[in-house]
Design a binder for this molecule. Structure first.
Ligand code: PEP
Ligand code: MG
Length: 876
């Protein structure tokens, strides 16, 4: 068995990490007996070794390629470079994880001045031969010789202009010959060497270029975006060519076994007659819907439908398929699990269970938790009056509004300023990837549902309308026209990716409607998950939303967020600035009923479910005006000499703020340290919680309040508060003549608390890991400063693999959590444990929480469905 090169007949679908996705599936299709042109796959290992030895072919690779080439030649009955009947091949990249359009492809390799004539003779079609040759030179020069594409496009468009035609297909054989000669001249001028004539040289150069394309800029950006490792390398597939551009009984197309936008179970796709694959994907000509093939070539259509069914049944997943018809014969060029929108992912997973194709477990694993986010966001309000200016294809659902931008660099630049942009292009290419990332949505005037823009936008969950032919884009003038209307760069438009509408101006949005398939799938998730999913919510509205999204409790109510409201901030400030206990008590007496109502609303919205309310946490200066602002104000007052009374007040405020100033507020006077120094603040909050709970109990509601102490370091702190909590509870029970169950516990946010968890558990009924603070206190860097300043360097240098404020640092922070859970449970076996830092809504961190055996994760309301699915995936 060879090491670096496999024939398609030697591979299998499960050899993906070695053969790449494309190679593995070509092998699988070959072995299923489907019509796949023969070929070989050069492994990802060869690519990794290419880089390992410093960018050259590793020992033995060249020989193996030659050896396997002989087999391809004998199977196809043609020889590379043969002047009689030359073999032509495609050379394509094929990574382990699909990276559509990010790396390079070369078609028609093997053509030179001799073989092009043989192809002309054998096909009796000189035009076809020259067209193939000019395409080959163009692709090869771009990918291998790195001569900019537009130089070739320029020559081609000049020739069209000279002979007075609009489309490439209208160029005659003679024109194409002229183009070839000019292309060759260009290559010679740019490289100082003539275009390579020897097909073997072409082949080795192409393979090497595909290896190199693994590290091109757009591939790197794509991998960073999709968290794909940079070390995997790409495989290279060398396959004998079939031609979709051999006349009107030839064609090429792309299809999905189901609709990738909605998930509907109907064959979906498009094709172009007399064209090569790149024409469909590049979106240069707008193709025909696949259903039309039934009329054009009924037999081929029938055969194709059968193959699609075979593939879907075999892979038990929706397939994305590329095919070519050469002179009335069908060939399969690729199949893979199709990228789909969240809506489609949910529907396909659900429907396949109903069709008995897969089980519930497979269905749960088929949907990316993060993808669900797409379903939960706002859509265009259908009752709004809209000015629809055009209609294109509904390529990726969701609505987006933004300023029109015509190129990717600008899109990125403007978006960086915090302005929403919509990228408008005739079509997009992989070079536009950074613009698509930056934009809210994409609108193209050409290309179908499988064009680059559509595929990439769907993959990212961004709204996209494509093939909107009525808009006429003028890049030079930086505008597009539609009907009599002109839209300039910077004007705001909206798109609705679910219907294909293009709308002038900003549009009103409304909450989404969730499908029954979604509800069923998440119901299956709830059946299997072990973690319960709570939400972080500070208002009754957020609590109600979280409950509607399936939260079974509140894991964190940050009471300080309530302190910011305009109706209470003055009392909060009075409380902070008070010079005496009486003064502070007075402020607190105003705050008590306000807080009580806040808690009443939240407890009511979560009736019957636990609600964990954290007592005041942040440093007090966060509630006061900034020192800088105040300095400006007092200076102005002083120089104007007008309002002496106000100046005295402001001066005193200034003094107080200076007193409160801390060098390190995050490590300063915050959390339960505030409660220790000003117990009356915490007492007010505890009383507000219990009053609200008592009122609701009397009204017949079941309430389950949990009082949570933040930032503890020692059980003595908890004892200090527990005594007060107990006393206040008794007072409230007596005052209202009722009682309810409540519990007291703490957050674990400081390493010392984790280390002493056994002691803390003596007096704490629950632990909730505040992993935002625990990460910063464990790492010793501030979350507010790290991300903007040095963390990017840590990631770039691979000192840290991931941002620890996004994906939980299992190695360090995770170890503290593990220890705390173990120690806590030693003391108190029924200790409730959960997480309420941002990690509680991040799928990979949720898997870790499941492994630790936590009881709950808590996240923002919109992430609740994501967490439910991630928790289920962790459990199956
Ligand atoms: C935490 O530290 O993880 C936490 C939830 O608290 P906050 O983010 O409010 O500090
Ligand atoms: Mg915290």
């Amino acid at each position: 068995m060879s090491n670096y090169v496999y024939m398609f007949t030697e591979g299998r679908a499960d050899m993906r990490s070695l053969l790449g996705g494309k190679g593995a599936n070509l092998a699988e299709m070959t072995n299923l007996g489907l019509p796949v042109p023969c070929g070989m796959t050069i492994t990802t290992e060869a690519c990794r070794d290419y880089y390992r030895v410093g960018g050259s072919f590793p020992d033995g690779l060249r020989e193996e390629i030659l050896e396997k080439l002989k087999l391809v030649e004998s199977k196809s009955g043609k020889k590379l470079g043969d002047p009689g009947d030359p073999l032509l091949v495609s050379v394509r990249s094929g990574a382990v994880f699909s990276m559509p359009g990010m790396m390079d492809t070369i078609l028609n390799l093997g053509l030179n001045e001799t073989t092009v004539q043989s192809v002309a003779k054998n096909t009796n079609n000189l035009r076809f031969a020259y067209d193939s040759y000019r395409r080959f030179i163009q692709m090869f020069s771009d990918v291998v010789l790195e001569i900019p594409k537009h130089e070739f496009e320029y020559i081609l468009s000049k020739e069209k202009e000279t002979v007075g035609v609009v489309y490439d297909q209208e160029l005659s054989a003679q024109s194409l010959r002229n183009v070839i000669d000019k292309y060759k001249e260009l290559v010679e001028n740019q490289t100082g060497r003539s275009f390579p004539e020897d097909p073997l040289d072409q082949l080795f150069m192409a393979v090497e270029a595909v290896f190199r394309s693994w590290n091109n800029q757009r591939a790197i950006i794509y991998r960073n975006l999709n968290k794909i490792s940079h070390d995997l390398g790409t495989a290279v597939n060398v396959q004998s060519m079939v031609f979709g551009n051999m006349g009107n009984d030839s064609g090429t197309g792309v299809a999905f076994s189901r609709n990738p936008s909605t998930g509907e179970n109907i064959l979906y796709g498009e094709y172009l007659m007399n064209a090569q694959g790149e024409d469909v994907v590049a979106g240069i000509r707008t193709p025909q819907p696949i259903a039309q093939l039934q009329q054009d070539m009924p037999e081929i259509y029938g055969q194709f439908v059968n193959i699609v069914q075979t593939l879907e049944n075999h892979y038990k997943n929706m397939q994305d398929i590329e095919f070519t018809i050469e002179r009335g014969k069908l060939y399969m060029l690729q199949c893979r699990n199709g990228k789909r929108t969240a809506q489609a992912a949910v529907k396909v997973a659900h429907d396949m269970v109903q069709e008995n194709l897969i089980g519930k477990t497979e269905a749960l694993l088929m949907v990316e938790p993060e993808q669900l986010d797409q379903l939960l966001h706002r859509q265009i309000d259908s009752s709004a009056k809209l000015t629809v200016i055009a209609k294109g294809l509904p390529a990726s659902p969701g609505a987006a509004s933004g300023q029109v931008v015509f190129d990717a660099d600008k899109a990125e630049k403007i978006a960086k300023l915090g302005i929403n942009v919509l990228m408008v292009r005739m079509e997009t290419t992989p070079d536009d990837i950074h613009g698509i990332i930056a934009a809210e949505g994409v609108l193209t005037s050409r290309g179908g549902m499988t064009s680059h823009a559509a595929v990439v936008a769907r993959g990212m969950g961004k709204p996209c309308v494509c093939g909107c032919e009525s808009i006429k884009i003028d890049y030079a003038k930086q505008e597009f026209t539609v009907g009599g209307l002109t839209i300039k760069a910077g004007d705001v438009i909206s798109i609705d990716g679910a219907t294909g509408r293009v709308i002038s101006g900003q549009v009103p949005m409304k909450d989404p409607e969730l499908s029954t398939e979604y509800t069923t799938l998440l119901g299956w998730a709830d059946e299997v998950k072990k973690l319960s999913v709570r939400a972080n919510a500070d208002t009754p509205e957020d609590a109600a939303k979280a409950r509607a999204f399936g939260a079974t409790g509140i894991g964190l109510t940050r009471t300080e967020h309530m302190f910011m409201g305009a109706d209470r901030l003055p009392f909060v400030q009075q409380m902070i600035l008070a010079e005496s206990l009486e003064e502070r008590q007075d402020a607190l007496s105003h705050l008590l009923p306000i807080q009580e109502n806040d808690f009443y609303g939240i407890l009511q919205a979560m009736e019957g479910l636990p609600v964990c309310i954290r007592l005041l946490d942040p440093p007090l200066h966060e509630f006061l005006p900034s020192l800088e602002e105040l300095l400006v104000e007092t200076t102005k007052l002083r120089t104007s000499g007008k309002n002496a009374q106000l100046l005295t007040e402001k001066d005193s405020l200034l003094r107080k703020i200076r007193q409160l100033h801390e060098f390190n507020p995050m490590l300063g006077h915050r959390g339960c340290r505030l409660g220790i120094t000003f117990p009356e603040i915490y007492e007010m909050q505890i009383r507000a919680i219990f009053n609200a709970a008592a009122r609701l109990t009397k009204e017949g509601y079941t309430v389950l309040p949990e009082v949570e102490i933040p930032l503890t370091i020692d059980k003595a702190e908890l004892i200090f508060f527990n005594d007060r909590i107990k006393t206040i509870a008794q007072e409230v029970f007596a005052a209202y003549g009722t009682s309810f169950h409540y519990s007291c516990g703490t957050m674990i946010e400081i390493p010392r608390a984790a280390l002493l968890a056994d002691e803390l558990a003596e007096v704490s009924e629950f632990f909730s890991f505040g992993t935002n603070d625990l990460t910063q206190t464990c790492m010793g860097f501030s979350r507010d400063d790290a991300e903007g300043k040095f963390l990017p360097y840590y990631l770039e240098q691979k000192i840290l693999k991931e941002n620890p404020f996004i994906a939980l640092d299992r190695k360090g922070v995770g170890q503290l959590m593990k220890l705390a859970v173990e120690k806590g449970r030693q003391t108190r076996p029924d200790l409730i444990t959960g997480i309420c830092g941002e990690h509680g809504g991040e799928p990979s961190s949720i898997v870790f929480c499941h492994q630790l055996g936590l009881d709950f994760v808590s996240c923002s309301p919109y992430r609740v469905p994501i967490a439910r699915l991630a928790a289920a995936q962790a459990a199956v």
